[in-house]
Ligand binder design. Structure first.
Ligand code: FAD
Length: 286
């Protein structure tokens, strides 16, 4: 199903998941574990599963294989992520041909993080150029990333929104947001998007927190606010894994409930390849 069709349903929020190709999976066991976890999550009738892509294509083959299996074995719409930084036009075309040959209908078009070392290929500097290229050369439905608190490299929120609008004007149908822990950032982002004429669905990215260390690292990396109470509670209980997981589930459940009450069109869960926390949240909110 294409993105527009998926998000045309308005009576309940659309559920989707993000997974990543397991690292160092020489014997394929981690991949099998991932599919065991995904099978548990299919119980909640997700509309889409997205698969991340390493900047520069480091995990391209694994990502394609996961996409194929989501479609063929789980019978769920897959959406590959694709990053254009460090990749030339020829390879981008080749990748797009590969996924279209699998009858994939959707793609999340990204620039990717700038590599700290190695060569940066200049063919595509930003995601908007990739969106335009995909729309010109394929029949894929395209989504893009949005940042409720601003992208970490952006000079100002206004500029970031201007560039987001450029991605939409070049043909993107849906925005998936970076994780956030304060819903006010999401609501304010949606309002600002509407003011500049962005009327595409803005799907909320939800991360169930399971470790204080992981949260601190991610929040710093992505420039995301961790509300004071959450920060203090998780810091205090950082050595208690069970408490942290339970708190993460309760926090995300309340966050999702509030988003649903405010008519969010979709919830996109950053599963970290595990079913438990997301399953518990979905049992709480559906
Ligand atoms: P862009 O939209 O190009 O924006 C990057 C920066 O440049 C922003 O600061 C923006 O304001 C600015 N900008 C944008 N367009 C222009 C322009 N035309 N001229 C000047 N400045 C401009 N990373 C991965 O490596 N793999 C993944 O699978 C992956 N999946 C993600 C999924 C989601 C939902 C999100 C939110 C992020 C994901 N990322 C992933 C991270 C993402 O690649 C990084 O945040 C990256 O730094 C920016 O990518 P982008 O597509 O948002 O870039």
């Amino acid at each position: 199903m294409r993105l527009k069709e998926i998000y045309s349903q308005t009576d309940k929020p659309i559920i989707s998941y993000e997974v990543f190709p397991p690292k160092d999976d020489n014997d394929g066991k981690k991949l099998e574990n991932l599919f065991e976890e995904l099978k548990k999550l299919t119980a909640f009738s997700p509309s889409l599963i997205s698969v991340t892509y390493g900047a520069g294509g480091s995990n391209k083959d694994e990502s394609v294989e996961i996409i194929r299996r989501i479609k063929e074995e789980l019978k769920i719409t897959p959406m590959p992520h694709f990053t254009c930084v460090s990749t030339d036009t020829k390879n981008i075309k080749k990748y797009l041909e590969t996924i279209e040959s699998l009858d994939v209908k959707n793609i999340l078009a990204l620039r990717g993080d700038m590599p700290k070392e190695g060569t940066i290929c200049d063919d595509f500097k930003h995601a908007d150029e990739l969106v335009g290229f995909i729309k010109e050369h394929t029949n894929l439905s395209v989504s893009v990333a949005g940042y409720p608190e601003g992208h970490k490299d952006c000079e100002s929120m206004e500029k970031d929104l201007h560039y987001l609008k450029q991605k939409i004007d070049k043909g993107a149908d849906v925005i998936y947001t970076q994780m956030f822990f304060n819903n006010e950032h999401y609501f304010s982002f949606v309002e600002k998007c509407e003011k500049i004429g962005i009327i595409t669905p803005i799907i909320a990215g939800i991360l169930p927190v399971s470790s204080y260390k992981q949260l601190s690292k991610m929040a710093q990396m992505c420039r995301v606010e961790v509300p004071k109470k959450m920060q203090e509670t998780l810091e205090k209980h950082q050595d208690d894994i069970d408490y942290t997981k339970k708190y993460g589930i309760e926090y995300a459940s309340e966050q999702c409930q509030n988003l649903i009450e405010n008519n969010v069109q979709g919830l996109h869960f950053y599963t970290l390849n595990k079913a438990y926390a997301v399953s518990e949240i979905l049992k709480n909110i559906l």
